[in-house]
Design a protein around this ligand. Sequence first.
Ligand SMILES: [Zn+2]
Ligand SMILES: [Zn+2]
Length: 368
Amino acid sequence: MPQPCSIKDCTRTPRWVCDCCQQNLCLQHLNEHNDLLISQLNPLTLEIKALEDCLQALNIQKTIDNSREKLEEWRDDCYKKIDCLFEQKCRELDQVINEKVDQQREELNRIHLKITELIDAQETSRQDIDLLTSTIRQLEININNIEQICFTIVTSPLVIDDTFIFIKETTEHELDLSTLSPVYETIHRPKGSSGPLTCNDRYLLIHQHPNLCLYDREMNIVKQTLWRYGRIWDMCWSSTLGRFIVLEQNNIYLINENTMSINNVHSMKDRDWGACTCSDTVLFTSTNEDGSSIMEFILFPAIEMIREWKYPLTCAKDEIIDDIVYNNGNLALACAFKIVIWLFLRIMDINNTQNIINTDQHENTAHG
Ligand SMILES: [Zn+2]
Ligand SMILES: [Zn+2]
């Protein structure tokens, strides 16, 4: 005797195994189960509709705009470099011609003076006249030649490589340490070298006792100069000034990457500097003391202090600011509590100092 339909109290003959419940069902119950399944399609359609609306409303423009902004920054930066080289070469051209014109002008003045002297003295010789005449002939030739000067301009095309820009997808605010490249090169630091380092788009600046050194991308020392001053507390690059900024205990120095000249631009006798960072228009420095202050300096026309932020706005009375970094209108401060038990990041919106975000990350690690 075959088993009846699997539904309780149903005595009808089972026809098929139902797809949804895997039971042997009669035709009627199979239909019921089928209807039930079909009825579940409608809510799914509604969900799809909602997702379609959601997709439509996605703010992809913001994502695209943020990344485009980076690309545009890169493009502007490249344009600036081209403009800068172009202007430099234009100046070189002007200089070559102007030097020649000035040379002839000086020679003309010299001869003119000589003739005036002879006239004033009412005395000359045949030899003087011959010499002056031949000099004037030569000057005439030289002056005419200036207009005939041609320059051969040899240029190389600018080779732009696709790898200059690498686009990688990341989730917002994600910091993926695995994307850090492996150790490229190790630089031995002589004893007595100060720890801070910084770079611009060409060179890495570090103190290799007793010198201040610029390394290129291949990690070769390209330039160095003797550092006669004290321990370096921090350094940063100012693209506005085109100079490296170096903080010593009481002084701020500018380093010219071309000449390696060192200029003291600010001295502060009674307090010590700790850290520095730059925006396009200002330099921020922090003091190395309990309840550190942050000083703001304008870069142009001269480096000049315009503001001091004191604790408790900057940090607590018994805290020291270890490092500061400026980015996009924000100043991030790393503050270390005296015997460094924890470290937190404090982000100040520099145009609205009321708006301080304290991201207390109680990291139970010693702070480096
Ligand atoms: Zn079923
Ligand atoms: Zn049944």
